[in-house]
Design a protein around this ligand. Sequence first.
Ligand code: GRF
Length: 224
Amino acid sequence: MEDAQSLPARSPVAFGAPPIIGVLVSGRGSNLEAILRAIEAGMLAARVGLVISSRSDAPALAIAARYGVQTCLISPKAYASRAEGGQAILAALREARVEYVALAGYKPILDGAVVRAYPNRILNVHPSLLPAFAGGMAPRPQTEALAAGVKISGCTVHFVTEEVDAGPIILQAAVPVYDDDTVESLSARILEQEHRLLPEALKLVTAGRVIVEDGRTRILTSPK
Ligand code: GRF
């Protein structure tokens, strides 16, 4: 099996070409659309080379198609183990020459081999201010935030490590929690920030402006 070092290095030909992002989805796809819009608007100098969905019925697939992005379905159910599914994901990412990966509402836990193949190159967006309310897909973190009575919540974009929702934090945005909030109203307020934060984090990471030291990130004012 290839290891982390085999990640396709930026070749002289690729130098100057926009970095290629792979996006993994399972559902609605509003964060995928935020990435595609940021690219279209010239705010993020990158290309989405592949969208992998864990579900055939994910509305995100139609969004990818609308933007002319190649898609593929890799359903964990089709594989005997998480490791086998992980190999299929890795093969698809490599085939599309993906250099950075964004988990945008991706439900399955990513196989460790995929995480190790893209060290500090896989980003996830989570709808809470981590490390609070880690684990679980939306709307669980928002539901737990409301139940805990916090006055501030928000979202976090972090690097993916093998421990769920525990990788180095890249960016966070806070939103107020109001007395009359419902899970829906709080989720909508957080989602608005997710759509801003994920493209911004991708911009910083693909520009080489995020370094990781002792499990924490530092954002450089200019690329290293
Ligand atoms: C978002 O709230 C994200 O933080 C969480 O799942 C949701 C996905 O939404 N991981 P969408 O599919 O991007 O619209």
